[in-house]
Design a binder for this molecule. Structure first.
Ligand code: AQP
Length: 333
């Protein structure tokens, strides 16, 4: 069976990295495989969130996903806290995963930074919950950005150890789908940092709600170097900001870096940035206006989430129950 699961945190407005690295692939894949997409609010509270904002951001993110093309007639869309099976399996996985495995997770190191003693324990065990999100649906494929590669490997380690501990083959290996020239979109201000919702600088990212003027301004101000664009991909070596803008352009046009450089090689960044901004506006503006339209009717968005959660619970609850039985919890009917 082929089934997709993927999630996104309601930690702010989704950005171009989320879109090109993940959500755009979700939209395509929903036509090929059974697809389950989740707004992962349980993950969001691993870092401080304003309670008044979290619910609002959850609904807004769901609207944004629908505006990007997630079709509730083809995919399940729901928010994670509404389906308790995730947490039931996550607790078991927290007792399966080893400290040494989690200590190696680079995302924890990045997010905890120097404040390691003060971050929540939830941030540390985040990958256990992510493994549960995926495996509680027996998903076979997980379309994500490149930053999630290590968490997917951990998911398979947890699945394998659970099977070993219980003497079963209950969980099958999952395969990441990490695709395209924009699997890791970088900050517009620093080509060494990934574009992120929580970056303090709004200039570092293109939000999916940005107006045409904001997009054009952010691209105009994006950090570059003084050289013109190279004609071949080798010329992007050591030029992370140039590589990033070319990768974004390539992803938007569904071509590779080489094709973009064949067309734009030799041009200065002024011209290239103008073409890039036009391309971005033509693809993102319809998403922003559809998001606004959907949010004018929050009841419809909520009912899509409610129905998605009902169907997601019907798939995941029996899997969590079976995992509980396999680890030896008393079943009293
Ligand atoms: N810069 C990126 N390039 C490509 N893909 C990306 N993704 C995130 N950033 C990029 C992919 O988007 C999906 C949802 O990510 P998430 O919101 O669950 O968490 P994240 O990876 O932590 O994203 P952010 O924007 O950096 O959020 P904050 O700042 O809150 O931590 C995932 O598939 C991810 O790979």
């Amino acid at each position: 069976m082929q089934r997709i699961f993927s999630g996104i945190q309601p930690t702010g407005v989704p950005h171009l990295g989320n879109y090109l690295g993940a959500v755009r692939n979700w939209v395509r894949l929903q036509h090929e495989m059974e697809s389950i997409y989740c707004v992962v609010d349980l993950h969001a509270i691993t870092q401080p969130q304003d309670p008044k904002e979290l619910a609002k951001q959850t609904r807004e993110l769901a609207a944004s996903l629908l505006a990007c093309g997630i079709d509730p007639a083809k995919s399940l869309l729901f928010h994670q806290s509404a389906v308790h099976a995730h947490v039931r399996l996550a607790w078991i996985f927290t007792c399966v995963a080893r400290m040494g495995w989690l200590n190696r997770m680079t995302q924890f190191k990045d997010k905890a930074g120097k404040d390691r003693e003060n971050v929540s324990t939830g941030l540390f065990i985040y990958p256990n919950l992510m493994a549960a999100d995926i495996l509680v649906y027996h998903a076979s494929h997980v379309p994500v950005g490149d930053d999630q590669r290590q968490h997917l490997e951990l998911t398979n380690d947890i699945a394998q150890k659970f099977n070993f501990d219980t003497g079963t083959e209950f969980f099958k290996p999952v395969e990441g789908l990490i695709q395209g020239p924009a699997a890791r979109v970088m900050s517009l201000r620093d080509g060494a940092k990934k574009m992120s919702k929580s970056d303090a600088s709004a200039q570092s990212r293109i939000d999916l709600t940005d107006s045409a003027d904001e997009i054009a301004l952010k691209i105009r101000r994006a950090k570059t170097d003084p050289e013109p664009l190279p004609s071949e991909t080798e010329g992007l070596e050591g030029r992370p900001e140039a590589r990033n803008l070319v990768g974004i352009y390539a992803a938007l046009q569904d071509v590779d870096h080489a094709a973009v450089l064949r067309e734009h090689g030799g041009k200065g960044f002024g011209d290239f940035k103008k073409s890039l901004a036009d391309l971005l506006v033509s693809q993102l503006d319809p998403i922003a206006s559809e998001t606004r339209r959907l949010l004018a009717d929050p009841g419809t968005v909520d009912s899509i989430l409610r129905e998605g959660a009902r169907k997601a619970a019907a798939i995941s609850t029996p899997v969590a129950e079976e995992a509980e039985r396999l680890v030896g919890f008393l079943q009293v009917g």
